[in-house]
Ligand binder design. Structure first.
Ligand SMILES: [Ca+2]
Length: 143
């Protein structure tokens, strides 16, 4: 094997030629950039007491993970949010994930809330290369 080390981001095409002159072309991408949660997200609409719509948007195709905690809870780490736990690794019923398309608003329905409680929702998104965004929080205040 010989060749040039490729580590630049973006799409690359690799052409392999054997001793008989047969060639195989492989296309691959290198992505080292963390995805970003767009400015207006996360957001909550349609607060019906026991259920809400969580709105999310990102700048590339990602999987979003979220946990819903009582207001004032400490933020879990990225990996704890992915695992659906709080900062003490306690698994949360109010957690989940969804696929997001780049620059498209995704609406996630969350059920099972106590209508009299205020909540804090923590979100992290991961791109297809495994790069993680920062944790983003949203406080859902109830009267
Ligand atoms: Ca990326």
């Amino acid at each position: 094997m010989s060749g040039t080390l490729v580590n630049a981001e973006g799409w690359h095409t690799l052409v392999v030629t054997d001793q008989s002159g047969n060639t195989t072309t492989v296309t691959f991408t290198i992505d080292k950039t963390a995805p970003t949660v767009l400015d207006e997200y996360p957001d909550v609409k349609n607060d019906l007491g026991n259920s809400i719509n969580l709105l999310l948007g990102t700048d590339e195709d990602t999987t979003a993970y979220f946990v819903v905690l009582v207001k004032g809870s400490s933020s879990p780490s990225e990996n704890q949010i992915i695992a659906g736990t709080d900062i003490d690794d306690i698994h949360l019923v109010l957690s989940g994930n969804a696929s997001l398309n780049a620059n498209t608003e995704e609406v996630i329905n969350i059920n099972g809330l106590d209508k009299d409680s205020s909540y804090e929702i923590f979100v992290v998104v991961i791109d297809k290369a495994g790069n993680k965004s920062m944790v983003h929080g949203f406080v859902l205040n109830r009267p």
